[in-house]
Write a protein that binds this ligand. Structure first.
Ligand SMILES: Cc1cc2nc3c(=O)[nH]c(=O)nc-3n(C[C@H](O)[C@H](O)[C@H](O)COP(=O)(O)OP(=O)(O)OC[C@H]3O[C@@H](n4cnc5c(N)ncnc54)[C@H](O)[C@@H]3O)c2cc1C
Length: 175
């Protein structure tokens, strides 16, 4: 079996370990799992005035979070036109708003806490090399849901692509 590529983040980030919980503690909320979801939830709860214990079985950030490609994007793995088909425009719009709120929330964490994580806003592209009919459908769906999108002749890549959907104000960072 082919070996999975090693994660750059796991390879390059300084490792931080924490002592096991050695005694009973009394908290408002106990969060299980220190990936990006658990760390974010813990931080937001703490900022809201809650006493929080974050429990991690292994190492903080070494789960799936440690292997992400780090695109912070509205271009999801599931097509927006499929979400509209499944949940209606109002349902898909909730998902679109959540996605935008998440990007802005991450940007705010970076700004407020001056996180040194190479965060930057940049456009993201949904493209096809072979010209699947999904590009224009996805563009129409994303636009109908209020996203900042445009249909461009090709994605700016070092190989030829067909038309692409450009999503503005996406982001990347070093998790
Ligand atoms: C190759 C790859 C590329 C990806 N690229 C992107 C991308 O570009 N953009 C994007 O948005 N998403 C991407 N994703 C998805 C994204 O990485 C995940 O959705 C996200 O990291 C999940 O975070 P999490 O906190 O839910 O889970 P995790 O990071 O897996 O954290 C869960 C943690 O819980 C701990 N845990 C589990 N059970 C227990 C227990 N019983 N007690 C204590 N601790 C426990 C685990 O040890 C782990 O640390 C990618 C995923 C992969 C695999």
């Amino acid at each position: 079996m082919e070996k999975a590529p090693e994660s750059l983040w796991l390879k390059s980030a300084p490792s931080r370990s924490f002592a096991p919980l050695g005694e009973d503690v009394s908290v408002d909320v106990c969060v299980i799992g220190g990936g990006i979801a658990g760390v974010t939830a813990s931080l937001l709860l703490q900022q809201a005035g809650k006493r929080v214990a974050l429990l991690e079985a292994g190492t903080i950030g070494n789960g799936v979070t440690g292997s992400t490609t780090a695109h912070v994007t509205e271009a999801l793995d599931t097509r927006w036109f499929k979400l509209i088909e499944s949940f209606g425009k109002a349902g898909a719009k909730l998902a679109a708003q959540a996605q935008r709120a998440a990007i802005e929330r991450i940007a705010l964490f970076v700004e407020q806490d001056r996180l040194d994580c190479d965060f930057r806003l940049l456009p993201g592209y949904f493209y096809s090399e072979s010209g699947s009919g999904e590009i224009e459908k996805e563009f129409a769906a994303a636009k109908a849901l209020g996203m900042q999108v445009s249909l461009v002749p090709a994605a700016p890549l070092p190989f030829a692509t067909q038309k692409a959907v450009r999503f503005d104000n996406q982001a990347q960072f070093r998790p």
